[in-house]
Design a protein around this ligand. Sequence first.
Ligand SMILES: [Zn+2]
Ligand SMILES: [Zn+2]
Ligand SMILES: [Zn+2]
Length: 431
Amino acid sequence: MSATITPVEDELKAALLELKSANPTLGIPKIHALLLSGHPEWTVSEKRTRKILQSEGLVNNASVGVPGQLYPTSQIIKGFDVAKYTTKVEVKHFSKIKGKGLVAKEQIKEGETIWKEDPFALAPEWNLYDLQMSSHACGYCSTPLTTSPLIVPCTASTSSMPCPVRFCSRLCLSRSGRTHPLLCAARNPAAAPLLYFARRNQWMALHALSQVTARVLLTYNQDEKAFEEDWEIVRSLAQLGMEERAKGGWLNAEPDRAMWKKAHKLYIQAFHEPATETEKKRLAKLLKKPLPQDVADALFDYDAFLRGLGRMSLNLEAHGGLYVLHSHLNHSCAPNVSARHFDQRTALSRITVLARRDIAPGEELTITYVNPELPLEQRRRQLMEWGFGKCMCERCVKEERERKAEGGDGEANVEEKADLEAELKAGLGVM
Ligand SMILES: [Zn+2]
Ligand SMILES: [Zn+2]
Ligand SMILES: [Zn+2]
């Protein structure tokens, strides 16, 4: 009989990480069995395996969740034409877990503009939203309004049914036709309680979902081909359901289930079944064509609504815009691209995506989803809350290695930190 040994923590952790990354969909018992068959000399209890996988954030909630929903899932958007934005990048499908991403098609130089993009939908930061709702920022592009003669008010506003929204130009007024009518206090008063609820609770994902729903519904009524494109975009966004996030213990300070229920009720009243006859008539005027059942279910069922919120939270840019090409970008704690709002006087919601350093053909483009100034553990924890697993980006791996080598805390060097801090501030528009 051969002697058995008890592996030390680091050794066991390394072996489990390797197994889990090679077999991401396997649950704890199967990973444990694989571990023991690969190391027949080891004595390890399943409990110990579970503990390590849990502490590393690598547990699938397979017993309670839906397989495939344990990490954000995304699809390639069928018929999506990247060339409309830029010829410098292409969409690539990496793997089931990693999903899609963008890679460089040619050499990109540091500082180069890679593309510019207007949002698919916009739920701006609340200070901007308040400006929009008090006639001080464009209701479409969110640019603060001056005294320009080009400014136009919402055309539906009347003295008995006032809508405070104004637009910076006729172009913005016309573009707003894709969303505003369903969110307009004059045309669809049933939406007011929903918007008020989102505002009061500072629930950006709910506001964004309202914007997206308004767009999808109106587009369906206006132009069926454009609807097919929009719907494909919405369905292909990376998603992780609220329930899956709750089960993972990942929700932190976000609104709880009672709030989800309340929000769902207001959402249905806003876009599907208003509470009063007058409101019903007004909504019916805007939505003349009945929605196909599958689309109605995918928008209004409670579970679908929660998935929709999860999609928004995962894909919104820091200012609250949902950008189709930008939403393809994966995370790195040392990103090689950055999104800025340069057109502050003309189109505040437009982003310019810039190269932060030279990017070689074939290299993946990445942005940061978390505050890069945070230390290693906190960055990883925040990313795990989103189901992204343990961040194994180059920077995290390097910092972890340095920390082990030094036995110290592996902080990034001062210069690197200052650089990343500047990046974050610029990303959030405070610079
Ligand atoms: Zn505008
Ligand atoms: Zn209006
Ligand atoms: Zn990282």
